[in-house]
Design a protein around this ligand. Structure first.
Ligand code: NAP
Length: 542
């Protein structure tokens, strides 16, 4: 529909982002008969699963725990084919859900939001798109995704590289010929580790540029047969109930026998079992002590280091792949398939940047302080401006034109990850300081979307047109977030859990950002349920 600059589109609610949370959010709103649409910057829905098309991209949560739980029909009709389903199938799933409920009609694509500002007199948000179009809405629900703002390094010469180069998040839709090519991967986080395992036997030469090694353990993926799927389907209630009780939103449950109640031999025997179990079992079904007790974590780390030594033929190389600056599980754990075995191939080489850092990118490859690496393709698996990055890229102006990016420049401040004082009628799904960044994402966003929807329904039923978290309630939640963070040993490590990203100004070492709530999904769910049950103390309605 055409629109002049003076005629904004009007809706009661605007949802920003058509990823996993935006899809469910618009379903809930339209079910209530609310006039709402989704604005999506990309040219189709799917968010992270639309964007991350890199080889090896797949769930590391069990597929059937990652799918939505809200619709019995979806649970009945969709068959997962792999325990950890790959990106193309995951995108098909999200399209299946959206098409089943005719949700596309409520979505506008290529509608990237550039700015939004609060009008106190009208009690409305004005939303400006990059295209120049504008929208006005009483409420805005941000479902921007915690990992939607990819970050590139700042090396000189990046633009002059003659071959193909891209961030994994921007992996091209059209096929890229990699066979026989010299490929460089920068970054060894969860993404780089998936890419390396997948590409090792598909390219001519693969060079992995590693600044710091990451702990990683086997994904142990497998197909799901029809009969297994039938069993899973019959157990869905039980599976989701189990996820709701687990801190990370998984079906794995911690072992409560007590780390120190077992002998060292018994512990190793248990870990031998966990190492062959699927997914995050090795983290979540482990002894809880590995997260809180230095000695327990050290012993676990040594166990996994031995596994790496067993899997990598060259003992010198194996040592380079073992992290020394953080213990196992102290950064977000990548799960791998054939990652360590890749280094046993003649065509795969580790470039240890701790010995010789990258000096610049040249037209023909990567120059370190020691040697030039000739490359045809450079893959940047260099991570994200996590959790707050999606917010920072929109110029969000609240009461008195206060900038949200300025307010959050040191660290975000929210009320339960849903509301921010000074930014009325802006509701965040999977926002900073919620559990979404630290758990099996869909499990947490269903809690978030349901809570936000119920709050909106409550507001409308009361005839109110303005809601805002009080400054005191926001401070109480920030205190709770800090307390939960302080309990975890990983508070000292350098990763996106603690807001570290060397490529983003101000997100460097020593500047902890309290971006996620690490009190666990059950505790978070209990908090938000209590607030709703008590008619929303901490929120001012007008
Ligand atoms: P990441 O964990 O932040 O890793 C980024 C990597 O790039 C790190 O190894 C980092 O090194 C390196 N790096 C960054 N800047 C660099 C520079 N200038 N020079 C050299 N190396 C540089 O990012 P990610 O791997 O994309 O993963 C992010 C998150 O996405 C994961 O933690 C996970 O939550 C999610 N994810 C999920 C899946 C899944 O299976 N479902 C798959 C992939 C990702 P340093 O460690 O030294 O900083």
């Amino acid at each position: 529909m055409s629109q002049t600059a003076r005629e904004p589109h009007r809706h009661e609610v605007i949802v920003i982002g058509a990823g996993v949370s935006g899809i469910y959010q618009i379903k809930r709103l339209t079910d209530l008969g609310i006039d709402a649409i989704v604005l999506e910057g990309d040219d189709d829905l799917g968010g992270t699963w639309y964007r991350n098309r890199y080889p090896g991209a797949r769930f590391d949560s069990e597929s059937y725990t990652y799918g939505y739980s809200f619709s019995q029909e979806v649970l009945d009709e969709w068959d997962w084919k792999e325990r950890f389903s790959a990106q193309p199938e995951n995108l098909r799933y999200l399209n299946f859900v959206a098409d089943k409920f005719n949700l596309r009609q409520h979505m506008r694509f290529r509608a990237r939001v550039n700015a939004m500002s609060w009008d106190e007199d009208a009690r409305e948000w004005t939303i400006e798109l990059v295209s120049g179009e504008s929208y006005v809405a009483r409420f805005v629900i941000t479902s921007l995704g915690p990992l939607s703002m990819p970050t590139l390094p700042n090396y000189d010469g990046m633009a002059e590289f003659n071959g193909k180069s891209f961030h994994t998040y921007h992996w091209p839709k059209e096929p890229i010929a990699l066979e026989g090519r010299r490929v460089g991967v920068i970054g060894t986080g969860a993404t780089g580790i998936q890419v390396v395992g997948e590409l090792a036997d598909k390219v001519g030469e693969l060079k992995v540029f590693q600044r710091r090694p990451n702990w990683s353990s086997p994904l142990n993926n497998s197909p799901i047969s029809k009969s297994e799927m039938a069993t899973i389907r019959s157990r869905y209630d039980e599976i989701f109930a189990q996820c709701a009780e687990s801190p990370g939103g998984f079906e794995h449950v911690p072992d409560w026998r007590g780390f120190w109640n077992l002998s060292a031999d018994e512990r190793r025997e248990f870990w031998d079992h966990l190492y062959t179990e699927p997914g995050f079992a090795i983290l979540v079904a482990n002894f809880a002590e590995i997260f809180f007790d230095e000695a327990a974590n050290q012993e676990m780390s040594e166990y996994v280091a031995d596994r790496i030594r067993q899997r990598v033929d060259d003992p010198v190389l194996a040592e380079k792949l073992i992290p020394r600056d953080h213990g196992f599980g102290m950064q977000r754990l990548p799960l791998e398939t054939n990652y360590f075995e890749a280094y046993n191939r003649d065509n795969v080489h580790l470039v240890d940047l701790s010995e010789a850092p990258i000096e610049r990118i040249t037209p023909s490859g990567i120059q370190t302080t020691v040697v030039h690496h000739d490359l045809d393709v450079i893959i940047y698996a260099t991570g994200f401006d996590a959790i707050t990055g999606g917010y920072d890229r929109i110029d969000i102006r609240g009461v008195d034109a206060q900038s949200l990016a300025d307010r959050w420049s040191d660290s975000p401040r929210t009320f339960m990850g849903v509301l921010a004082h000074g930014f009325p009628n802006m509701l965040m799904v999977a926002g900073p300081q919620s559990v979404s960044g630290s758990t099996n994402f869909p499990r947490a966003i269903e809690t978030g979307v349901d809570w936000v929807t119920n709050l909106l329904a409550h507001t409308r039923a009361g005839g109110c047109t303005r809601i805002e978290a009080t400054a005191e309630a926001e401070q109480r939640w920030v205190d709770e977030v800090v307390r939960a963070h302080e309990r975890m040993m990983f508070r000292r490590s350098k990763g996106w859990f603690t807001g570290y990203n060397s490529n983003v100004a101000g997100h460097h070492e020593g500047t902890i950002r309290y971006q996620a709530y690490f009190g666990g999904a059950p505790r978070y769910a209990a908090h938000v349920a209590e607030v709703a049950a008590n008619h929303y103390p901490g929120i001012a309605f007008a």
